[in-house]
Design a binder for this molecule. Structure first.
Ligand code: CP3
Length: 650
């Protein structure tokens, strides 16, 4: 996507807060080119560390040939490091030592710095260039760049990257951290304070965060002004755009929800993609407009808290914000266990029902209202996309889904058609549109799709499977065809999910239902990068949920691939699952669907047990571990929803 320099003016009339320091002139110019009104408020100053003992010790080790691998995290830091060493040693000696040491740059900026001094590097790290991709690159090169027992130097910038250091240590490396400069608040805090005031007064529409440190600094400045809470509340009404995953993580850690993250973690795509989506995001965030007028006096006195815009418990839980009660919905809440569903279904096939927007809307709303859940999920199926892809799709009574033209070899992948969801799946968009209008305003609508692996499993197996032998063999024996198939599915599902958001979906769930059949190794090598790319496409469109079953051994890897909320099934205790997922994410789950078969008297205790594992921590969405069973008494499904609300009321 490249809209820079074109005539599109996606930021026309929008007031954009630019927090970048060094590249501030470039970024403000990019904003102007898109028709926006930039306000530059630099949030940091880079301070070189004088008398840098670690850097000098590193210099000695480097010249003695003792460094087995040097990891460079930033371009500015790489240049600064060479400058520091030059105060003690001859430049040519330093460069020649660097040239004979294996060097791994994290991304394009350190690469540029290395090119300037003609120092080669052993590999490149794929986008989005976080420590995760860096470690994945090293893991791939395990044979020729071993870490065990080796001395690995890491050029650091500002804050320490603990995750990276721990990951290196886990693989047996000795880590030599070399801090080069640190970050401080800028000397002139005037512009930053003015930015805080403008955001709180409602005189800003978009905030561009270009490094993780910005968030800490902004919160510090607001805290000193005594308006941290007001600032947080005001962010619920403006577009929060984050340059990449590290910055987004820092935002979430402060309870701020990034609305946008570009497909590539650079300033150009950040502005271009913000321009494309800002107006839609603003409309959505301001739809319920609380229209709080903030008197200037508050900014000086900071006494009265600004009432935050209250959206429902479900969306708040996705963002790990406090809720009045734990939100709950049930996977497959509309289905054959309901008499009303069976009545509608009696007259037509499942596919006919999916393709009748009016009826799909009716069964969606009926299930939500009848159960009293905190969200509705659009009535559809993860396999509908197989029809436009060209493999065909049938649902046979008793056998579940059947794929008449399965993918068995590379040529079959080549024959797949590209999907234009707004045309070939127009009936889903129509159903979403109708349902969004029909549901009560405080009930969010969930859109969904199958994850690339689970869709591929159906396409290769030709239908449901117990052992998934065919798909696992395919991954092993046809690696290129597999990569191509994943590519096609990421493309198709990415477009499908975006279209659902445009039609009115407010949350997206990705079902990787059968991913639990894979080993960690298979997942990391052949699935995770593709799932991560799908999340890269949809992050920021709407909060998203990443769900799979039998994933106890994969939860950390699933969380790495993506998901504002990560689902766990009932085979693992929820607290254990949450620890593996990480407390920086919300979780969904995980009552055993079998509990709903009764007796009704035992339900209370089983619901209570799940809630206890969640321990009232913000960011729990109650659900079953997997879809509701067909033989479930409707009364018990209602009772679960009622119990969750009662037992979790705060
Ligand atoms: O309330 C909801 O959750 C409604 C929407 C929904 C359906 N399927 C309706 C459906 C959703 C979100 C799905 C997702 C889905 N579909 C998944 C992922 C979730 C999971 O269970 O892991 C999967 C793997 C499928 C594929 C699929 N569709 C199967 C295996 C089957 C047959 C098995 C069965 O339960 O009958 C379907 C058909 C299907 N999808 C039905 C429903 C209500 C039953 C159709 C009928 O009325 O006969």
């Amino acid at each position: 996507m490249n809209v820079e320099g074109t005539s599109s003016k996606g930021l026309s009339g929008l007031r954009v807060m630019v927090f970048e320091s060094r590249m501030s002139p470039t970024l403000t110019q990019l904003v102007r080119l898109q028709g926006g009104e930039p306000f530059a408020a630099p949030l940091l100053k880079e301070v070189p560390i004088e008398r840098n003992q670690e850097a000098f010790a590193f210099g000695e080790a480097l010249l003695a040939g003792k460094i087995d691998l040097l990891i460079l995290l930033t371009g500015v830091g790489t240049r600064a490091l060479v400058r520091v060493l030059e105060t003690r040693h001859d430049r040519e000696r330093i460069l020649s030592a660097l040239r004979s040491t294996p060097v791994l740059p994290r991304g394009p900026k350190p690469i540029k710095a290395l090119d300037e001094i003609k120092v080669p590097y052993v590999d490149t790290v794929p986008e989005p260039n976080t420590w995760r991709e860096l470690m994945a690159t090293l893991d791939k090169r395990e044979e020729d760049i071993p870490l065990k027992g080796r001395l690995v130097a890491v050029q650091e910038y500002g804050a320490r990257n603990h995750e990276l250091i721990e990951a290196l240590q886990e693989r047996g490396a000795t880590v030599f951290a070399v801090p080069v400069y640190r970050w401080e608040l800028p000397d002139d805090l005037g512009p930053a304070r003015e930015a805080v005031r403008r955001i709180i007064r409602g005189q800003a529409d978009v905030a561009l965060f270009t490094t993780a440190v910005h968030i800490d600094h902004l919160c510090r400045i607001a805290a000193e002004m005594g308006v941290e809470e007001q600032l947080r509340a005001a962010f619920e009404k403006i577009v929060i755009a984050s340059v990449g995953p590290d910055t987004s993580e820092a935002l979430r850690a402060k309870g701020l929800w990034p609305d946008l993250e570009p497909s590539s973690p650079k300033m150009g795509p950040l502005v271009a993609e913000t321009a494309l989506r800002a107006v839609a995001v603003l409309e959505q965030k301001r739809r319920h407009g609380c229209g709080v007028e903030v008197r200037d006096a508050i900014l000086d006195l900071a006494v009265e808290p600004v009432p935050a815009y209250e959206d429902g418990p479900f969306l708040r839980a996705c963002r790990r914000q406090p809720v009045p009660h734990t939100p709950v919905w049930l996977m497959r809440q509309a289905g054959r266990y309901q008499a009303s569903y069976r009545a509608v279904r009696k007259e037509r096939t499942f596919l006919e029902l999916c393709k009748s927007p009016e009826l799909a809307c009716q069964v969606t709303v009926q299930a939500q209202e009848d159960l009293g859940t905190d969200a509705a999920i659009i009535f559809a199926d993860i396999l509908l996309i197989l029809e436009p892809l060209g493999t065909g799709l049938e649902y046979s009574k008793g056998d579940g889904p059947v794929v008449p033209h399965p993918v068995r070899r590379r040529a079959d992948v080549g024959r797949l058609k590209s999907v234009r969801p707004e045309e070939s799946l127009a009936y889903v968009m129509e159903a979403i549109h109708l349902t969004r209008r029909r549901l009560r305003p405080e009930v969010p609508l969930i859109g969904f799709a199958g994850a690339p692996f689970t869709l591929a499993a159906y396409m290769i197996e030709g239908g449901s499977s117990k052992d998934f032998v065919r798909v696992r063999r395919f991954i092993r024996e046809e690696p290129e065809a597999w990569a191509e198939l994943m590519e096609r599915l990421v493309e198709a599902t990415g477009a499908y999910l975006s279209a659902q958001v445009r039609a009115g979906a407010q949350v997206l769930q990705i079902f990787d239902s059968w991913v639990g059949c894979l080993t960690r190794d298979e997942y990391v090598r052949s699935v995770q990068p593709h799932t991560a790319r799908l999340f890269g496409r949809i992050n920021g469109l709407a909060p998203n949920i990443h769900f799979g079953t039998g994933t106890a051994h994969l939860l950390d890897l699933l969380a790495q691939a993506g998901g504002d909320v990560v689902g766990a099934d009932h085979r693992i205790a929820l607290d254990e699952a949450w620890t593996r997922i990480g407390h920086d994410r919300a979780v969904q789950g995980n009552l055993d669907p079998e509990a709903l078969l009764g007796p009704k008297e035992s339900l209370r205790q089983r619901v209570q047990a799940v809630l206890e594992r969640a321990a009232g921590r913000p960011g729990h969405i109650f659900n079953l571990g997997h879809g509701i069973l067909q033989t479930t008494p409707e009364e018990n499904a209602r009772e679960v929803v009622r119990l969750v609300h009662e037992l979790s009321a705060r």
